[in-house]
Design a protein around this ligand. Structure first.
Ligand code: B1M
Length: 222
């Protein structure tokens, strides 16, 4: 069996003790970190997700898979770092209030760090006021909100609204993402950008930070 297929299977069956070694073996065989992520880790997660949806597995199995996934992501982390040590801006990231899903958020964080962005991780179940506080007190010009549940998506609008009422909306950008979201939802709640996956989230984050920097330069020139 190909190593990526084996990794996928270990994720699907929550065999977290074997993941680190398998991922290391795959890297040693010259398989790229991107391929290990896409055809191994994410593929396995998709398979268990499908079983979960159809009630063929339950929360404990999914938690084991999530644990395996996190170990795999942590093992790959150094391979997503770019060479440049230059900091390209600071962002905060969190999964919104009521939502505990953090695997996607952690992946987005790693990719953003790999693109030279400093990321303050607020964790899961993050209230709108905690996002605003981080933007204000930790100098984060980009707020990144993740949600995996249709029931927690509306919390993102609270983040946008609070940025307006707290008077910081003109100096922060807001990016949203997570499986149930789309561009239309992003526009509807007044956020600045939606990204469908971790790689495009990192690209989009860089773009938004550049926009903010050029706005600041324009203001200085006036
Ligand atoms: Co949950 N769960 N879960 N779960 N869980 C889903 C999301 C679900 C789709 C499963 C299903 O029924 N098919 C379903 C949601 C249905 C819905 O609302 N539409 C669901 C449910 C219902 C629940 C519970 C309510 C179950 C229950 O208790 N009855 C419960 C809720 C708990 C809570 O949050 N309050 C629950 C619990 C859990 C576990 C704790 C067991 C576990 C989470 C463990 C953890 O995260 N530490 C879990 C898991 C693992 C899943 C599935 C199987 C996998 C999610 C995942 O990690 N995917 C999921 C089914 C599925 O997705 N197929 C499911 C891998 C990850 C890399 O992808 O998170 O999509 P994802 O992130 C992607 C993109 O979305 C994007 O980039 C990432 C990488 O490419 N992205 C961003 C994410 N955030 C972004 C932010 C950005 C940009 C891009 O910018 C800021």
């Amino acid at each position: 069996m190909q190593l990526t297929a084996e990794i996928s299977q270990k994720i699907e069956f929550g065999r977290f003790k074997e993941i680190k070694q398998l991922v290391e073996n795959a890297l040693n065989q010259g398989i790229s970190a991107e391929d290990i992520l896409n055809y191994g880790l994410l593929d396995g997660m998709e398979k268990i997700g499908e079983k979960f949806k159809n009630n063929r597995v339950y929360i404990p199995e999914v938690m084991m898979a999530a644990r395996a996934m996190q170990i795999g992501i942590d093992t790959l982390k150094p391979f997503f770092k770019e060479n440049s040590q230059r900091t390209r801006g600071r962002a905060c990231i969190g999964t919104v209030k009521g939502d505990q899903h953090d695997i996607g958020k952690n992946l987005v964080k790693i990719m953003m760090e790999g693109h030279g962005i400093e990321v303050v991780d607020l964790g899961t179940n993050v209230t709108a006021s905690a996002f605003v506080e981080a933007a204000r007190n930790q100098d984060c010009s980009l707020i990144c909100c993740s949600a995996l549940l249709t029931t927690t998506m509306p919390e993102m609008k609270n983040v946008v609204d609070l940025c307006i009422t707290e008077g910081i909306r003109d100096r922060v950008k807001i990016m949203v993402g997570g499986a149930p979201l789309n561009d239309e939802f992003c526009k509807k709640i007044g956020a600045d950008a939606y990204a469908p996956d971790a790689a495009s989230a990192a690209e989009t984050a860089l773009k938004l930070l550049c926009e903010l920097q050029s706005m600041a330069t324009d203001n200085e020139a006036i």
